[in-house]
Write a protein that binds this ligand. Sequence first.
Ligand code: SF4
Ligand code: ZN
Length: 424
Amino acid sequence: IKIKVTKIDVPVSVSSAFEGERVRKDTMFAEFGGNKTAAWELVTTGDLATIEDHKITVVGPDIDDAMFDGVDVVRLPLGVLVEVAGKEMQSDFETVLERRIHYFMNYIEGAMHVGQRNTAWIRLTKEAFEKGFRLKHIGEVLYAKMRADFDTVVDKCQVTIYTKKEDVDKIYEERVKPIYAQRDDRMSALTDESVDEFYTCLLCQSFAPSHVCIVTPERLGLCGAVSWLDAKATKQLDPTGPNQPVVKGQAVDERLGIWTSVNEAVATNSQGAVEKVTLYSILEDPMTSCGCFECICGIMPEANGVIIVNREFPDASPVGMTFGELASMTGGGVQTPGFMGHGRQLIGSKKFMSAEGGLERIVWMPKELKDDVAERLNKAVKEMTGIENFADMVCDETIAIDSEAVLAFLEEKGHPALAMDPIM
Ligand code: SF4
Ligand code: ZN
């Protein structure tokens, strides 16, 4: 029997009207993730017989625990495990449901959610806390929305929230990380040439009305949360939803990545604001950026290459700008040649600005990002150029940020970008 979930039992309002709400430091009561603590979220399919519908469990301290008396901001590690089951549920749908956690949490009055997977970052306001909002209410909201929005596939849903460091770390290593890796492996077996269709993603038009992501096997959405497989699954779950197929047809220009079908889809879905995009160039009609890109890539002319900055990196980059400053000129759904927002996964894709020489053009990245992507990056560059351990040639903030010092490092390493054709 299916139970229809209508009312959500929480002490604050839950509505899409709160989606754009920001929680600033002075109104914040509690914070999870955002580089301060570990935080992850996972939707996984369980057994219909063992999943207990509407079971919400908080394992570890809650935000009103006595141990927080006198602290300015409550900071806790956080693991959000959403287990679903249903006769029509498929494992391909998991990532689609998981991405919706971002939206569902942002619907909560007094909550802000950024990121996904193990880059989740959540803040709660003092006001929400005073109204009685506690961690179990996150579970209540996720439960209710999963059941309501995915009622065709989710018959049962249970939510477990972990806040003890040892649990958050251990479950991540043993259960969560292998699932993320498995999903990435499935995705990396596909290429743009091996499929007949790309997909549009219009989810971000709520705040960037002219923004259209074109999602291909080798170029995931710039939020890092919508892969080609996700877009395909969303189309199955929600046939008139934000992801619609674009039947590729013959490429107009394979090097730049120009397809008439893609241009038409972008023009129609941006209401004419953007008429043409290339999929593989950062200089000629690059894809637009909304606001939720994981990274920004920008040209560093003197190094004949590009730098990449991720959202978590707080300092100025070698082009003199911070992530925030770069984001304000790159975002909003406009085309900004020389700059583009993208997902972490794109660093390691053979289609990464391949029109301008590709991955070999990367000259600088924050160390955390470099370490995170090194394995895939090294593998892709090795396959394309024969260069071993390319990541070691890429400068980072622990080596240098100042332009001249970056150049000196690149020379010393014999970085390939220095010998390539001028980038502009
Ligand atoms: Fe979709 Fe792109 Fe927004 Fe991600 S950034 S949700 S792929 S429109
Ligand atoms: Zn976006």
